[in-house]
Ligand binder design. Sequence first.
Ligand code: ADP
Ligand code: MG
Length: 431
Amino acid sequence: MDFVKELILHITFILFPAFLYQTVWLSKPMKSSPILNKWLVLILSGLSSILCALYPLYLWGMVTTDYQLIPLFTATLYAGPVAGIAVLVILLVYLLFFSGGDCFLITVLSMPLYLLLPIFLSGNWGRLKYSSKLLLTILMGTVKVLVFHIILFFTGFAGLAQINFSEHYWIIFFEEWSLFVFGLLIMVYAIEYISQNALYRLRIIKSEKLAIASELAASVAHEVRNPLTVVRGFIQLMGQEAKEINPKNIEYTDLVLSELDRAQEIITDYLNLARQQYFEKEKLNLTELLVEVSKIMTSYANYKAVTIETHIAENLYVEGDASRLKQVFLNLVKNAIEAVSLSEGLVLIKAYASREFIRVRIIDNGIGMSSEQIARLGEPYFTLKEKGTGLGLTVTFSIIEQHEGTIRYQSELNKGTSTTVSIPIYSKAKD
Ligand code: ADP
Ligand code: MG
């Protein structure tokens, strides 16, 4: 029974950094996806591995389960090799000063060996599927135990060549393997579970904001639009007569009309937000759509003294809703035009097929964005413009998502921005 008690204690030791990390760091209110706090990972993993080393858990009174390696492995996988090695150093310093023992040299030499595979895997770890992560975790655990036994073999079972060791060798080996793999799996599972939860929480906050915005949109926009149209009509009528009374009046009516147009635009943004749910997908010639978008935007660009250049490949087909996608590219090109300064402004629209995707890149030489700004793109009402609504990209992102596409921003302050939209190519199989 003592063994079970100790095992539970050890599992608590290895799990405690993950849960403390969540409580201390991930539960803070966040605007964008959680950033990794390497220092916290380091401190918590270091503590946890020291705790495991403090009360080693022995099988048959001989072979330790080496749970202190688990925080090392996970720190390496989730926070990178540097973090892993730093935790290793913390552990070794602790062992050197407070534990020592006959096997210290073997421990010092073997631990970096165990870390080789996690370091090798850490580069791609974040991109792996969940199931691959679990399989690789089992592999890492197995390799660790094998390496340990090879070392044991070559060191002549130092200190372990006691009673019954060879007799029960395979049982001990199996127990050791299963306990280590089990501990590692639990830890990876906990980390994945916690980070998924943090992401979901963020998504829920975002979509709640969106829901409120679209509800407001639906109710207000409709009501306001009609009176505006009427007002616009009458102002135009009045304008002609007013001009005869005082030539200055034409300036005023123009001003009123342009402000009315702006109000219309804002309302359109809100209505688009509310209408997001309705889609009609069909085979769609994206080439034609993009040419049309660039034509529509040319007058706006001219007005802002910006040149639009296009490099659009022929016959790009996607499956999508024409009016929604048109809105996406209108929004993006409009943002690009609004970002460039008045002189030598250039907006480049490129479109081409690349493997299973059509990529549309909109490149401008405008004011650019910082990485904090990029992280906030798509958040309802996020705008840096005096007259912006901050809804354009909210709608854009959600339409692209509905088309199973992605959007990526690369930007440098005062240099410009490149926006890449990728949408799956239309496959003939569907014809
Ligand atoms: P709005 O255009 O109404 O401000 P958007 O959702 O379209 O709202 O854009 C949000 C913000 O993102 C903009 O206010 C702007 O600061 C930033 N942004 C978008 N595209 C670009 C770009 N190409 N270059 C620089 N900033 C951009
Ligand atoms: Mg915009």
